[in-house]
Design a binder for this molecule. Structure first.
Ligand SMILES: *Cc1c(COP(=O)(O)O)cnc(C)c1O
Length: 424
């Protein structure tokens, strides 16, 4: 599918008058429309709810938009819980799906009324010791082991993943939790990441629904919800076919009617914890071409680097690039588009067919709205970029300023002795 930026060159030229590149920009309209279509696709299920995976885009302004669309939040750390509290949460508005969890994070999650999702059977005792009780509503994470295969040759290896409990463990955990006072149960699994196929959720739903029926029979637990977690992906490359959320919702419904209804669990809610699917296409990294270099290859040097978007550098991920204002120009050149880190993996694109790029051109790096800014880091002393929100009415709002050197040195122990570092 052809990739079209949600901003124009003219809009960017207006923004850079006050907010210099590089920055991440998010599209409120796209975020809202997509959240609504997800809700619509699962509207057959009375209790359906999306718990946005905060780690994908941990910004309270983005979270507020999703809250207004009815989403809760999926958190896995102390600061993600703090963000959710700041945006405003009530009981059961948070799924706390973490692993190797410190005691204080369980306490904080419980204080906020989060639904706690236990990653391991030993966490039953750990949680009870930490809180002094077992919450009435509790969820357990399942790992079926082995290898899972979907269409399009998508394959993953849950047997090699650190998350979740085996079937025997989850049966035992449910029994113990029930004996300790838990009343409402949930079941969770995350088996494959970034699936660009409509069969991942239905397949996962089939696995979890079968297990729910077995758990109900063996433990008598009252299973209130099935959490399909994250993993529905986006087509980073224009030659991939995008997921059809309507088809995915229907696929899950078929499994629900086949397995849950006959098992007497027709009132169970479906939860999702999508991150990438909710935000990736609705965010872009905007960067300016500042150098060109002709050696054994043609290079375009930009003012962003892997510290602003590390997926290409660490996973070799493809991110589509549009040169703003040259949307329809022929792609006559082959470039490596590179950042300034002293690491040769700092390349947003390798051997990419693009129009002729001149210094000063703005590049729109697509699908950077999830696991983009949030994976940023400070290697090479690079500072994190700003985040900008394009409102539905066309207004532009700075929702996080860029880091300054003072931010980078703020945690420095010797700031008294080397006090000049604390200044800008
Ligand atoms: C990362 C994560 C998600 C979100 O995954 P996406 O691929 O962004 O949809 C959801 N749940 C848990 C527990 C996660 O760790």
């Amino acid at each position: 599918m052809k990739k079209t930026p949600f901003v124009t060159k003219e809009k960017i030229e207006e923004i850079v008058k006050t907010i210099p590149t590089p920055f991440h920009i998010y599209d409120e309209k796209g975020i809202r429309e997509n959240a609504r279509s997800l809700k619509e696709a699962f509207s057959w299920n009375k209790g359906f709810r999306e718990y946005f995976a905060v780690k994908a885009t941990p910004n309270p302004y983005i979270m507020q938009i999703l809250k207004e669309e009815g989403c809760g939040f999926d958190c896995s750390s102390y600061t993600e819980l703090m963000l959710s509290e700041a945006v405003g949460v009530g009981p059961k508005d948070i799924m706390f799906s973490s692993n190797e969890t410190p005691a204080e994070e369980f306490s904080y999650a419980d204080k906020l009324g989060a639904i706690i999702n236990l990653d391991d059977i030993t966490h039953v005792d750990f949680l009870e010791k930490t809180l002094g009780y077992i919450p009435e509503t509790i969820c357990c994470r399942y790992n079926p082991g082995g290898v899972i295969t979907l269409s399009n040759n998508i394959m993953d290896n849950p047997g090699d993943a650190k998350y979740g409990m085996t079937k025997d463990q989850i049966i035992e955990a449910y029994r113990t939790l029930k004996a300790k006072g838990a009343k409402n149960f949930g079941l969770h699994a995350f088996l494959v990441s970034n699936t660009v196929t409509n069969d991942y959720y239905p397949k996962l739903a089939g696995i979890l629904f079968e297990l729910a029926a077995e758990l109900k029979e063996k433990t008598g637990a009252d299973i209130k919800f099935i959490n399909l977690s994250g993993g529905v992906g986006v087509p980073y490359s224009p030659d991939q076919e995008p997921n059809d959320i309507k088809v995915i919702g229907e696929g899950v419904r078929e499994q629900f009617e086949k397995i849950m209804v006959p098992a007497g669990m027709q009132d169970a809610a479906i939860f999702t914890e999508l991150g990438r699917y909710m935000l990736a296409p609705y965010g872009a990294l905007i960067t300016k071409a500042i150098h060109e270099k002709h050696t054994y290859k043609e290079y375009i040097g930009v003012d962003a680097c892997a510290a602003n978007l590390m997926r290409p550098a660490v996973y070799g991920s493809y991110h589509h690039i549009t040169v703003l204002g040259k949307e329809d120009a022929p792609c006559d050149m082959t470039y490596d588009v590179v950042g300034s880190l002293c690491e040769n993996c700092d390349k947003f694109a390798k051997d990419r067919k693009l129009p002729v790029i001149e210094k000063g051109d703005y590049l729109n790096i697509h699908d950077a709205g999830a696991h983009g800014f949030s994976m940023g880091y400070n290697y090479n002393g690079k500072l994190r970029s700003a985040e900008v929100l394009l409102r539905e009415d066309g207004q532009v709002q700075l929702i996080r300023r860029a880091e300054e050197p003072g931010d980078y040195f703020a945690t420095f122990d010797f700031s008294k002795e080397y006090s000049s570092l604390a200044r800008r």
